[in-house]
Design a protein around this ligand. Structure first.
Ligand code: DAH
Length: 357
């Protein structure tokens, strides 16, 4: 009995890990372990022998089990100490830089424009990019023979022969959203409609897909004076300058009468644009009083209501504000360009805190 005790207590003390400990447990007190087999032999003993050997074997078994439990706890403590030692972390180290995406300048400028017009009481509307030719042309007073249709370099959707649904186009401007907004909400209305538009054109200042924002305000006594004030407020906020001078040049659009193209006073110094001062003029948008036929197409009675509309290139004003020279780079998905001109995800344009920080 003493030999068995010395043997197993010695092995337990030297066990290097839990697996070794388990092997010792099986060999000693497992079902076919040495001590367990000895206990089975008790039945063959005389009652006198059993009275001595029984309690001694039970005590040995208890002692071995207790030693195993104690060693197991000791091994677990040692393992934890080892983990704590090796998994040490210096929380004062600067964090590792994570590759973060950026907000595209077009998205940022769309947000800026929306924030400014929201502050002036305009809501934001969207329309489909695949548009039927009634919304894109006819309703805007551009009938099929009108030269403006040709000038727009329109992308037509493919149609199978015999398909007599109305022709669909990739919308050439955001103006069809005017019609959709009027039909949906009626008058009075103040809305801007930012979004993608498409024309078959490609050079340094034209891409087949680009972005516009349309503005529309209809009420009973809206005039060109309101248009001028709204645009002045917009330009001041957008370019973050205190004063601007706008120049209205008579122009022609089928959907407005009268129509004007609007320029802002600016200067170019060493390729750097300054808005609000200087001897140059920069065209930024087309505008006018909504044509009675367009109001009618939008379900609004032109004898009772009138209003202004304008259309502006988002990419263009983004290039001007952020000094981006080539429009095509907007859509190249060049990561270096995106990191350079992109905005941090949490830089939400906000009139109170400043539009661009
Ligand atoms: N739709 C015109 C274009 O794409 C821009 C435009 C001009 C929109 C005058 C208007 C407007 O609403 O009144 O060139």
């Amino acid at each position: 009995m003493d030999d068995l005790k010395a043997k197993y207590l010695g092995q337990i003390a030297n066990a290097a890990d839990e697996a070794a400990l388990e092997a010792i447990r099986v060999a000693a007190v497992g079902k076919k372990g040495e001590i367990s087999l000895k206990m089975r032999e008790l039945g063959k003993m005389t009652p006198e022998e059993r009275q001595v050997a029984g309690p001694a074997l039970n005590a040995l078994k208890d002692e071995v089990n207790a030693a195993i439990a104690a060693k197991k706890a000791g091994l677990a403590d040692a393992a934890l100490d080892e983990r704590l030692r090796t998994e040490w972390l210096d929380v004062t180290l600067p964090s590792r830089g994570r590759p973060a995406g950026t907000i595209h300048p077009i998205s940022q400028v769309t947000q800026e424009v929306s924030a400014i017009f929201a502050d002036l009481g305009f809501s934001v509307a969207e329309g489909p990019q695949v548009e039927d030719d009634w919304h894109n042309f006819d309703a805007l007073n551009i009938p099929s023979h009108h030269p403006a249709r040709g000038e727009m370099d329109t992308f037509y959707m493919h149609r199978e022969a015999g398909d007599n649904r109305p022709p669909h186009v990739l919308r050439t401007h955001t103006s069809p959203v005017q019609i959709r907004s009027m039909l949906e909400h009626g008058a009075p209305i103040r809305v801007i409609c930012p979004g993608r538009v498409y024309r078959a054109d490609y050079d340094q200042t034209h891409t087949p897909m680009f972005h516009q924002v349309e503005g529309l305000a209809i009420d009973k006594d809206i005039s060109m004076a309101n248009l001028k004030w709204v645009l002045e407020e917009f330009v001041k906020s957008f370019f973050e300058v205190d004063g601007v001078e706008l120049r209205f040049r008579a122009s022609h659009f089928p959907f407005t009468e009268p129509s004007a193209e609007v320029d802002i006073r600016c200067s170019w110094e060493n390729g750097q644009l300054k808005v609000g001062e200087g001897d140059d003029w920069l065209e930024i948008l087309g505008s006018g009083m909504v044509h009675p036929k367009v109001l009618e197409a939008g379900g609004i009675d032109p004898a009772e209501w009138q209003g202004f509309a304008f259309g502006m290139g988002i990419d263009r004003i983004a290039m001007l504000k952020y000094g981006i020279p080539d429009l095509r780079a907007f859509f190249d998905s060049d990561l270096r360009w995106l990191r350079h001109y992109g905005f941090a995800a949490l830089d939400q344009p906000d009139l109170a805190a400043g539009l661009s920080r």
